[in-house]
Design a protein around this ligand. Structure first.
Ligand SMILES: [Zn+2]
Ligand SMILES: [Zn+2]
Length: 340
């Protein structure tokens, strides 16, 4: 079967033939119908994220149809439409015991990170990692749920915004769009911050109460103006460069929470006093739990969160699409269909 594989930083993904996986006991093989292209892929290519496993098939937002099941698997069944949960924890560590496989101390698999992922015609996963999809969600909509909507739910739970609090979503990519909608559902007042008029307009359509264009406005000044000088209670930082981290710290309200999600090469710099007088908190969010993925599927199925798909591309277009993503041209998610 064909797969798009990562061979190391600075090199394009290579489309090559690899053996088609066969299911072992308790496993299923999923025929991939859609795989989302996440910013994390750029972190691999730039060498910002180095997990030391090469070659590896990237792609961690994976939707498809169960093709084959191994011995002992009752659910799901061949023909079922599923979304893949990309963590397989050890099942024994203190985090796995709490259902927090995203923090597992010795993960058995992490698809598209240390284990072959979804930029391939087929993928093999444990049966419990293949979550049934309702019929009203297409594969193209489903794939980006696997990282973007789930990350939004997890990050929001890290910050615990209250009804009426101001939250800023700093970065209007796919995770940002999901954060805007999820925080509106919770009852927060949402400020979206970005640099693209088109993406900010979409942010407004998805429910953002205010938008700030960082190209033309002073972000901190504007955030303080919107909040009558109080500052922003929760900032979701999806960019992770010096300018956005500095601005995020400066716009925080007293008892504010800064949630780091995006990252690049820049360092976070803060004087303790920046936090002390505000009793502010810096926290972070990585991945999601299986329960959060099930919740994300429910929210999309009920129409409460919309998934923004830029376009569907073939496996052979993956490097072009990564380049478009790097240039900031992608609105929402590009989804790869390995059958094209
Ligand atoms: Zn991702
Ligand atoms: Zn574990």
């Amino acid at each position: 079967m064909r797969a798009a594989r990562f061979y190391g930083p600075g090199r394009p993904l290579v489309i090559e033939d690899v053996p088609r996986p066969r299911p072992g006991p308790g496993e299923v093989v999923v025929k991939v119908k859609a795989a989302g292209v996440c910013h994390t892929e750029l972190h691999f290519l730039e060498g910002v994220l180095n997990l030391g496993v090469v070659p590896v098939t990237l792609g961690h937002e994976i939707a498809g149809v169960v093709e084959e099941v191994g011995p002992g698997v009752e659910e799901p069944k061949p023909g079922d439409r599923v979304l893949v949960y990309y963590y397989v924890g050890c099942g024994k560590c203190r985090f796995c015991l709490r259902g927090e496989e995203n923090l597992c101390e010795s993960p058995r698999a992490e698809y598209g990170f240390i284990t072959d992922g979804g930029y391939a015609e087929y993928i093999k996963v444990p049966a419990r990692n293949a979550v049934r999809l309702p019929d009203n969600i297409t594969f193209e909509q489903a794939a980006p749920i696997g990282c973007s909507v789930t990350t939004a739910i997890h990050a929001t739970r890290r910050a615990r915004p209250e009804v009426g609090e101001y939250v800023a979503v700093y970065g209007v990519g796919a995770v940002g769009f999901a954060l805007i909608q999820y925080n509106k559902l919770i009852g927060a007042k949402v400020i979206a911050i970005g640099r693209s008029e088109r993406k900010l307009q979409l942010a407004e359509e998805l429910g953002a109460d205010y938008v700030i264009n960082a190209r033309s406005e002073d972000v901190v000044e504007r955030a303080l103006e919107i909040t009558d000088g109080r500052g922003v209670d929760v900032v979701y930082e999806l960019v992770g460069i010096r300018e956005t981290m500095d601005n995020s710290l400066r716009m925080l309200a007293k008892r504010g929470r800064l949630v780091l999600i995006g990252y690049w090469r820049d360092k976070l710099e803060a004087n303790p006093l920046d936090l002390v007088v505000k009793e502010a908190t810096i926290t972070a969010s990585v991945g999601n739990t299986l329960e959060e993925l099930v919740e994300a599927v429910r929210l999309v199925s009920e129409g409460k969160v919309k998934v923004v798909v830029d376009r569907v591309a073939g496996l052979g277009e993956i490097n072009n699409e990564l380049e478009r993503l790097r240039r900031g041209e992608v609105v929402g998610r590009v989804v790869i269909n390995p059958e094209i």
